[in-house]
Design a protein around this ligand. Structure first.
Ligand SMILES: Cc1cc2nc3c(=O)[nH]c(=O)nc-3n(C[C@H](O)[C@H](O)[C@H](O)COP(=O)(O)OP(=O)(O)OC[C@H]3O[C@@H](n4cnc5c(N)ncnc54)[C@H](O)[C@@H]3O)c2cc1C
Ligand code: SF4
Ligand code: SF4
Ligand code: SF4
Length: 398
């Protein structure tokens, strides 16, 4: 009998950590590859060749899927929840419902050391820890084991994360916990590594002083909805808001050039889903639902994939404005519901350059290459939104 490292090449691993959680002898532990992506490592002396790691790996095994039965455009009715979420605040409503019934919500947080990791939340007042997207590979630690323990104790569990992490939870739990385990995936186009992110933060700290706060999806009302920015506060600067084309990390992320290798052939980026509910941004929702929601909204799309998904959504229906939509409309502007993100040219070059010359070097190169675009974008941010809205309506005749 082999172990998962004998079978699955490192570039096919997504770093979900399912194998490490499943190993009964702690022969597997967390490590990193050359670019800082999470990978399992083995202590052969501890391996008893039981094969559990192989049976639980969501990359190696086929996981049961379901086609979305219903697709909805959705917005949390509580504005303050929406502002603190990156999309329509659907995750908050789901987690709030499970916690108010005595359950636990698992998801990704940005901790006080600016590390992204999965944690378990059991108090509604702690839910802001999980709100908003963090565009970094999340360290799952022993969260699957902890979730399983809670399920065995009869507790309700909501497990959220990228589709590969949710498939990992599904693989570990099996189908024994229908009615108490709810799987919610966020549509995902790929993740940069924690090391890449930490190096970026170090470069940023040199410019703005030691960091006090970082927000990935800081929201501001804009002419055609709500714009999302990166925002940070350093020892030497007050809250600074940057649009993604001005910032190297956010630009690399949006251009998909710093993801782990397997994201470019992600088996979870498809219409058939692995979770009970899939949640995502509903880009260009105004093309289909203009009269259903206020104009400055960041709307979510929800795919209801299973009976469990329907059950939990029914429980929170009064907290949301829900409008029937269609998978084709949602996916028309959200490619990762259909296929993986294509790998851009220059990915290896960028990562090699970062490894050999450091983040500061690639940051300076980015700023030099994009000087004009950065300037234009900065200037645009100073134009009052009222004027932009007037100009937008003038051009579009509404
Ligand atoms: C890496 C990444 C890529 C994404 N790509 C897309 C995309 O291509 N298209 C799209 O429509 N939406 C994408 N999203 C999802 C989207 O940004 C929103 O998170 C989602 O629509 C839920 O919004 P919300 O307002 O309901 O909840 P929010 O409060 O905004 O989000 C909280 C949820 O996000 C999860 N989460 C946050 N960061 C991470 C992380 N690093 N790893 C795992 N889970 C995380 C939390 O566990 C929780 O479930 C992505 C999110 C992440 C983290
Ligand atoms: S085969 Fe069993 S003991 Fe060996 S690494 Fe895998 S899970 Fe652990
Ligand atoms: S279970 Fe996850 S971390 Fe382990 S080998 Fe498979 S993909 Fe990699
Ligand atoms: S793109 Fe796929 S493999 Fe990569 S993090 Fe997202 S779900 Fe996992």
């Amino acid at each position: 009998m082999q172990n998962i490292l004998d079978i699955l090449p490192s570039d096919k691993c997504c770093g979900c950590g399912a194998c490490i959680n499943a190993c009964p002898t702690q022969a597997l532990s967390f490590s990193q590859d050359d670019f800082g992506f999470i990978r399992p490592q083995i202590d052969n002396g501890k391996c008893i060749e039981c094969g559990k790691c192989i049976r639980t790996c969501p990359q190696y095994n086929e996981i049961e899927t379901s086609k979305p039965r219903r697709v909805l455009a959705a917005l949390n009715k509580n504005d303050s929840v929406v502002v603190k979420s990156s999309s329509g605040g659907i995750f908050y409503a789901l987690a709030e419902s499970v916690i108010s019934e005595g359950g636990s919500a698992f998801g990704a947080t940005l901790d006080d050391q600016f590390k992204v990791k999965h944690i378990c939340v059991e108090r509604i007042e702690d839910l802001p820890l999980l709100q908003k997207s963090k565009y970094v590979q999340s360290y799952t630690g022993d969260c699957y084991k902890l979730a399983l323990q809670k399920l065995k104790e009869g507790m309700m569990v909501l497990f959220s994360g990228t589709p590969c992490q949710v498939a990992a939870m599904k693989s570990i739990a099996g189908d024994k916990y229908a009615g108490s385990l709810f799987l919610v995936d966020v549509v995902c186009h790929g993740v940069p590594s924690q090391t890449f992110w930490s190096d970026y933060l170090m470069t940023l700290s040199k410019k703005v002083g030691s960091l006090k706060e970082y927000i990935f999806c800081y929201k501001r009302k804009a002419r055609n909805g709500m714009n999302k920015y990166a925002s940070f506060t350093g020892k030497k600067c007050k809250k600074f808001v940057k649009n993604w084309p001005q910032d190297s990390y956010n630009c690399f992320f949006m251009e998909a050039i710093n993801y782990q290798e397997v994201c470019y052939s992600c088996k979870f980026a498809r219409p058939e889903r692995f979770s009970d509910l899939t949640i995502c941004d509903y880009w260009h929702w105004d093309a289909y639902h203009k009269n259903d929601f206020p104009s400055c909204s960041t709307l979510s799309g929800i795919c209801v994939n299973t009976d469990a998904g329907k059950m939990i959504l029914d429980k929170i229906a009064d907290k949301l404005t829900l409008v029937e939509s269609s998978f084709d409309n949602l996916a028309a502007h959200n490619g990762c519901l259909l296929r993986p993100t294509p790998k851009p040219a220059g990915r290896e070059e960028l990562l090699q350059e970062w490894k050999s010359k450091g983040y500061e070097f690639i940051d300076q190169k980015f700023e030099k290459k994009n000087r004009l675009r950065i300037l234009k974008n900065r200037l645009q941010m100073y134009v009052p939104e009222g004027f932009k809205l007037w100009f937008y309506r003038l051009r579009h005749g509404n």
